[in-house]
Design a binder for this molecule. Structure first.
Ligand code: HEM
Length: 170
């Protein structure tokens, strides 16, 4: 395995780790933290939400940054290596995935933020967290579909065949 292939595998791993962290955190917030906080007295509930939000917002920002950086890098690698192999629907499906991801990022950032709009959104936290989970389920389905269009590693089918110093094909 070449160094470039190892790096691209590492980038995929980071992408999946960031996605798993964000999805896991959202499920935890929706199914555990919100219902548990609802059982607390009002002032304790507010303090809990503020403390949890402070911590979660850092994780959300790190996950968004990693998903964008590794996602763009993965896209560049796949387009370079498998240009001739990718079906015509690859680009539109990828475009829909990115648009859905941007919507998820916007909702997650607003829910974790401190603006007046964020405060209004948080009055319906369960609804917005469920919306994000639904969008993420769609994103993962599209990602799985994109993944079926090319082999994982190894020489790209449309790559130039390796040649000797004398220019003969190996
Ligand atoms: C909520 C946001 C996102 C989630 C949950 C997500 C999840 C995933 C998952 C599960 C995979 C499959 C990995 C594999 O099997 O190798 C994947 C692949 C990929 N993602 Fe994302 N992703 C997100 C955002 C993004 C963004 C913002 C971009 C680009 C800017 C992006 C670009 C890609 C690319 C290029 C692939 C490889 C597709 C292929 O194999 O053809 N992703 N993503």
């Amino acid at each position: 395995m070449s160094a470039a292939e190892v790096f691209s595998l590492f980038s995929r791993w980071l992408h999946i780790m960031a996605a798993a962290t964000a999805v896991g955190g959202t499920i935890f917030a929706l199914c555990v933290a919100l219902p548990a906080a609802a059982e607390l007295p009002a002032d304790a509930r507010e303090a809990f939400h503020a403390a949890a939000r402070r911590r979660w917002s850092k994780i959300v920002m790190a996950a968004i940054t990693l998903l964008l950086l590794t996602g763009l890098f993965n896209y560049f690698v796949i387009k370079t290596n498998y240009k001739l192999l990718l079906p015509r629907w690859y680009e539109p499906a990828f475009g829909i995935k990115v648009l859905l991801a941007l919507a998820v990022f916007a909702i997650a950032s607003l829910l974790a933020g401190r603006t007046p709009l964020a405060q209004r959104l948080r009055t319906k936290s369960s609804l917005w967290l469920s919306t994000n989970l639904l969008l993420v389920a769609l994103i993962i389905a599209i990602s799985g579909l994109l993944r079926t269009t090319h082999p994982p590693t190894g020489p790209a089918p449309n790559a130039e065949p390796a040649k000797t110093a004398a220019g003969e094909k190996i």
